[in-house]
Design a binder for this molecule. Structure first.
Ligand code: PGA
Length: 245
């Protein structure tokens, strides 16, 4: 399967940061994987223009579940698609934890994004406490079932397994742990979507860096990565992209 490497800039990036996209274009010209950069809302339009003529796609990090209306401060999936975004990260643990987004909210946002024609990168993953209690698989299965609508297919859905305790910490699960969870997700996707469930890309996310990327990409059912910190710098991100090709 063609791998997908997505960079999540989170709440980072000013106009000057677009230089990273320019540099990334030069560094990843030969890459044989799909590459997505997800800057903050304020930079999406400019990032899309900057990426024209390159293999880079642009994505967003959140949206409202409604298409429009009296929702001060919110941004809809339609608006993001209109700005040229093609992907959207939904259900990131930072939204689930700090903005109280449960599976029901994430599900509504995923539906909205699909209506707008965006490909969703739906994040799921256990906390440290849940893993220590032996509940990682259960939590991941629950989030997968609760956050992904039935009317989905491999063209508009990507799953990102991101153990909360591995995000921004430098901690990475063992290869066995990653393979176990990814196999569980694959099984869940096949049960729901049949043969097409095999074509949904499952990314790993959480402290992916140039030094560990190639080994992670070699694991079964790992179809790419969702990268936070290391996506802010073009050469760090390019190292990960090139490890996938
Ligand atoms: P990290 O973040 O790569 O900085 O650990 C990953 C993410 O939050 O998607």
């Amino acid at each position: 399967m063609r791998k997908l490497i997505a960079g999540n800039w989170k709440m980072n990036g000013l106009v000057s940061s677009l230089a990273e996209i320019e540099a990334l274009k030069g560094l990843t010209g030969s890459a044989a994987c799909d590459i997505v950069v997800c800057p903050p809302f304020t930079l999406i339009d400019r990032a899309v223009r900057q990426a024209v003529g390159s293999p880079l796609s642009v994505g967003a990090q959140d949206c409202h579940a409604q298409a429009n209306g009296a929702f001060t401060g919110d941004v809809s999936a339609e608006m993001l698609a209109d700005s040229g975004a093609r992907y959207i990260i939904l259900g990131h643990s930072e939204r689930r934890v700090s903005h109280g987004e449960d599976d029901e909210i994430v599900l509504a946002k995923v539906r909205a994004a699909h209506r707008a024609g965006l490909t969703t990168i739906v994040c799921i993953g256990e906390t440290r406490h849940e893993r220590d209690e032996g509940r990682a698989i259960e939590v991941v299965n629950e989030q997968l079932a609760g956050s992904v609508p039935g009317e989905t297919d491999s063209r508009n859905l990507v799953i990102a397994y991101e153990p909360v305790w591995a995000i921004g910490t430098g901690l990475v699960p063992t290869h066995e742990q990653i393979e176990e969870v990814h196999a569980t997700i694959r099984k869940g996707l096949e049960q729901r979507f049949g043969h097409d469930g095999r074509a949904v890309r499952i990314l790993y996310g959480g402290s992916v860096k140039g030094v560990n990327a190639a080994a992670i990409f070699g694991l079964r059912n790992v179809d790419g990565a969702l990268v936070g910190g290391a996506s802010l710098n073009a050469s760090d991100f390019a190292e990960i992209v090139l490890a996938a090709t």
